[in-house]
Design a protein around this ligand. Sequence first.
Ligand code: ATP
Ligand code: MG
Length: 461
Amino acid sequence: MALKYTRPRGTQDVLPQDSWKWQYIEDVIRGTARGYGYGEMRLPTFESTDLFARGVGDGTDIVAKEMYTFEDKGGRSITLRPEGTAGVARAVLENGLLASSPLPLKSYYIQSCFRYEKAQKGRLREFHQFGIECFGTHEPVSDVETMLVARDVFKKLGVNDSITLEINSIGCPKCRPAYNQKLREYFESQREELCPTCKQRLEKNPMRILDCKEEKCQKIAAGAPVMLDYLCEDCTTHFEEVKNLLAEADAAYVINPRIVRGLDYYTNTVFEFIAEGVGTQGTVCAGGRYNGLIEQFGGQPTPAVGYGMGLERLLMLMEEQGKLPEEKQGPLLYAVGQSEAGRKAARLLVAGLRNAGFPAEYDLANRSVKAQMKAAGRLNAAYTVVLGDDEVSSGKAVLKNMETREESEIVLAEGASGFFSTVYGPNAASVGIIGTSGGYIAAQAKGLSKAEKLETGGNNG
Ligand code: ATP
Ligand code: MG
């Protein structure tokens, strides 16, 4: 069969057998961001095109070639967000958050972004970013805090050891013009060797030549003067403090004077987290300080720092290194119905488990007992119970542990709690596994796998 419709190039379908990986990563991110006091922002997927033209910068690849821009039916120019910072800065101003919230204002997002790029491994047209933005302080401790959030996420996901934090400082409007002048002189002397784009950058923004991906430009850039040698006293002190605080937090870093952000509103710290072995798509996270952006958007001068982390690249790294948890957990129970009364009993028992926050299933397709057992196996259910007229009339049924094949009797009238005391032991209720929604998570948090019993009488708290 020839497919009538296929997904657009550079996009992905995340299917139920894989979505748990995303949920896992997102749970870790949300938990970490919450722990550091960052609040989530959920913003529009599209914004007016000007916002990105100004907020990302006309000279950038993003604005020059990568934006999904279209005219809506009202004749407005609209763009699907290619990154997160511009939208967050817009929302901060539009909602008056700098006046109404305690400062610094700490926000994060997890969202899809869109860029018309040559699709390849680790480079998509619709991809996902976790980003954080912190507004209202110039203190180095805030730069470092944002980096620590990323570092903690990498640690919790088991990939921190293969990711290097690279940092640099690109100075401020006080010290950068003199450096730009030196840089211009340097590149001017080798103008003929530069790629056509860099020839243009030479006039407007020589710093961006340092970021060019062309090999010949990179070679020339390797000998260029570096901003670190031209920082003013304030910027030197700021950078020193960033380094001290990273050391204090035991966060390893290297200084890479080639990391730049080519726009005027970027100042001071810039950084990237780079993964080994992911090839040219090794930058998992990139960010920096952008003290000039809010003012450029018409607000009061407001220092800010933030970054974007590419979640496809992060997941790729975890998969390559086998860092994802073992398997998706199946339902704790599959209750098989053998007769009409048995199916009703199955629904009742399953409802009790679901109420307590434990995944459980019954048949939705009016299948035979054999087919239901097969379904339970395919779903990787931890326990099964077969309920027919005999079980309903005797009020007792046999619970089967699908891993050990061990069988035990449960009393149907006790419902879910009868099931729980059989599975987790008689004191399951007293340690809070039963009776709260999210009980399954509570059980896992206590280190219990789906088939493990709590010790009775012992100290399990
Ligand atoms: P690159 O140099 O790889 O093109 P970039 O400088 O364009 O990256 P940023 O705009 O700094 O990237 O975005 C932050 C992060 O988002 C990147 O470090 C990367 O992890 C991720 N990212 C950017 N573009 C894509 C894409 N097209 N597909 C997947 N992830 C992306
Ligand atoms: Mg790019």
